[in-house]
Every structure is written in structure tokens, then in C-alpha cells.
Design a protein around this ligand. Sequence first.
Ligand SMILES: [Mn+2]
Length: 283
Amino acid sequence: MALAMRRDELPAAPEDDAPVPLRLAVRTAWISDLHLGTPGCQATALLEFLRHLECDTLYLVGDIIDGWQLKRHWYWPQAHNDVVQKLLRKARKGTRVIFVPGNHDEFARKYLGHTFGGVDVVREHIHLLADGRRLWVTHGDLYDGVIQCAKWLAYLGDSAYEFTLRMNRHLNSLRARLGLPYWSLSRYLKLKVKRAVSYVSDFESAVAREARSRGVHGVVCGHIHHAEMRTIDGVLYCNDGDWVESLTALVEHGDGRLEIIDWAEHLARARPAAVALPQPVAG
Ligand SMILES: [Mn+2]
């Protein structure tokens, strides 16, 4: 909630400003929970992010294509195709793209160890940071108590979640028309509901515990659509968030420093600043 409030206080980007280079040149980037194939996927924002992203290694940390929802209802607009093309193009142009499937794209777990169009599909991965620390990369659903104990409950929660995301989209198209920046209703609700808060913290400790038992410095996961970076019992827990509600990614800079990129905030910060640049004088 605090994050959302802070974002609200930022000035809205003027509508008439020219596109500004918001280049994000990093060593590594992690994105997850794109949920391509669902109306919830914010493909336009994601495409814009991918256009500005330059990295040596790109991790797709699961729930990239939503097989659960596509099975129920086919939804595949052009923008979702563009995202896939953009990812494959990055792989072709020399970015190492590593896909760690999640529960919504568990169909891809049948192809572990294979490479598709330059994209390596792996169950999990150990990433070596520039400063020598080792991070375990996993989607995280295997450490989610709800999914492991009651899959039907997870499916039920999925429908309620879809509804919230739909409300979120309506609210934000209205906000966009009013010139207000993106604000996540679903994120706000999640942080308000106490049970959701304890679900999040249970998940975080379970993943951190597993990372510690593997003897790594930290872990990068996704799954719960809540970007976070903090130390839990001596293990660095990083969650790259999602592209249905929070529009976030985790990046590693050249020196091994990790940062969560909040794309909506990044845009709101970068665009007004660019407007203040001196205008070229004609003649
Ligand atoms: Mn998931």
C-alpha cells in the first residue's frame, strides 16, 4: 500500500511529451508471471519494458504462458504474439534466455533440458552474480502450501483473482484517461487482507529455507506476484513480481548489485525529467 501511495504522489507524465529513451542496460534481468494468453497480461507495458531492456542474460521465471486459462478459454491477441517474438528476437540477437517453467506453464516442464529458438528450458538454475554470489532461480510454486496441498483451491483462487484483475484494468483505463499513473488495485487489496499477508510471508520463508539448505547466497523466484528483496535468516530472498498487476522486474547491474525495477514508477520518473531537457534552438 505504501508503494502505491507513494506512486500516487508522483506527478503524472505529461501526455504530449515525446518518447524518451529509458534504456535499461544491465547484466541480467529476471521477469516472471507474464500470464500471456490471459486478459490480465499487461502486454503493452511489457513490450515497452522489453524494448528498453538490454541484458546479457534474461531469465523467464515461470508463468510466462498461462496454460490453465488458455485451456478454459482461448485468448491470444497480437500484443501477446509480439511479446513472444520480442523474446525470441532477443535470444537470436545474443541474449542468453533461460526459461524456468512455473505452475501455469507446467506443460513446458515436459521439455526440460531442451532448447527452443535459443531459449533454454530448465527446471531451475544457479545464477552466478558478477560479485561471485550464487542465486538459485526457481518459479516457487513447489514451495506454495496452497498449491501443494489443495490444487482445487488454487484454481478457485485463480477465478477470483481474474475478477480482481478485470476490475483493475477498468480502473486503470479510467485513471489513464484522467492522466493518472498506473495504480494496482489487486496489489492494494492483497496488502490489505491479513490472510493474504500471512500467505505471502509463509511462502517467502519456505523458499528462503529451501535456498539455505542448498547452500546458496540467495534465491530469485516469482509466483506470488509480489516483488520483494530482503534478507530472511541470512538468505537473500528476491521476487521479481509480475506483469499482470505490479509491472516489475529484478535486474543485476554490471557490478552484481541487484535492483527491483518498478516499471510504472520508472516511467513516471524518467518522462517528466526528460521534458525538462533544454529544447534545441531552431536555426
Ligand atoms: Mn505461479
